[in-house]
Design a protein around this ligand. Structure first.
Ligand code: MBD
Ligand code: FE
Length: 280
């Protein structure tokens, strides 16, 4: 039996993942900071009500929608799509190495480790164009980082992520890859498809009501790490994708576009080098 992929199922899986992620372990905020940020947010909302003369019907529609975001487990999706890009910009503005971008709601830590060169775990009949993804990891001073790790996760040809959609093996298209003694990685995978955020949940309802589209360009997610260096979280995009210029999540940067080489056997290759900032 196959189960339908639903917004609420993937949303609730993302919500559970977030709760278990440990990201809240060191959260501390002073009373001054909470008062300032919450005060500004509330003032901004009140300013909109007054400027745009928001009605009771609109106020009630907002309440119902906010309740549904929670019921569908879509707070991680909503916040990662509409706000994380600005948070990431602030967090990484000091960096000299590779550009990063948002993590999104579908990362799972502790993926099985493989030594490069390797093939990412995939189904025997995994659909798509085979893609060899390779490159080198170095520090900003040019030294190759021979103890780096490249974590890779991405959607399948149908736009679904393992552990968030039904009937996909647990670690499908997810893995952690140890670089070789020159800091190089080589991973064989399948090119992912453009991704449409779930249309049947609260986020989809907002997007439809506003007449927006729900697409993200096809992307590879990575986390690149090495001892003594800042963790790089990024996504890489494919040239020519029609959504590179209007990503619903606002997470595309020109530095994150891959250069794709077609080989004679119909497979594709791409080289992307990562430069990590040392921890200062
Ligand atoms: C994704 O695959 C994604 O990367 C983001 C940021 C939001 C929703 C789905
Ligand atoms: Fe994604």
């Amino acid at each position: 039996m196959t189960t339908e992929a639903t917004a609420a199922a993937s949303g609730n899986a993302a919500t559970d993942r977030f709760r278990e992620s440990g990201k809240l372990a060191h959260v501390e905020a002073s009373q001054e900071r909470v008062s300032s940020l919450a005060g500004k947010l509330i003032k901004a909302a009140n300013d909109i009500v007054l400027e745009d003369r928001v009605t009771y019907d609109e106020f009630n529609a907002l309440k119902a929608w906010l309740i549904k975001v929670g019921e569908d487990g879509e707070w991680p999706l909503f916040l990662d799509v509409f706000l994380e890009h600005s948070v990431e910009e602030v967090a990484t503005s000091h960096r000299e190495g590779s550009k990063g971008t948002i993590e999104g709601p579908y990362y799972v830590p502790d993926a099985p480790e493989h030594r490069s060169p390797a093939r990412i775990p995939m189904r025997p009949d995994e659909k798509g164009i085979p893609l060899r993804f390779e490159g080198q990891v170095s520090s900003v001073n040019g030294t190759p980082l021979t103890d780096a790790r490249v974590e890779l996760w991405h959607a399948d040809e149908d736009g679904f992520y393992s552990q968030f959609a039904p009937d996909i093996p647990e670690w499908n298209l997810r893995g952690a890859f140890l670089v070789d003694d020159e800091g190089r990685y080589q991973i064989d995978t399948m090119r992912p498809a453009p991704y449409q955020i779930p249309t049947d949940g609260a986020c989809g309802q907002l997007i439809a009501a506003a007449g927006w589209h729900a697409w993200r360009p096809a992307h590879l997610h990575v986390k690149v790490s090495a001892p003594g260096h800042e963790l790089l979280t990024a996504q890489l995009y494919f040239p020519g994708d029609e959504h590179n210029d209007d990503d619903i999540a606002g997470a595309v940067k020109p530095e994150l576009l891959l250069d794709i080489e077609e080989t004679e056997d119909g497979t594709q290759r791409t080289n992307y080098d990562f430069v990590l900032d040392p921890v200062r």
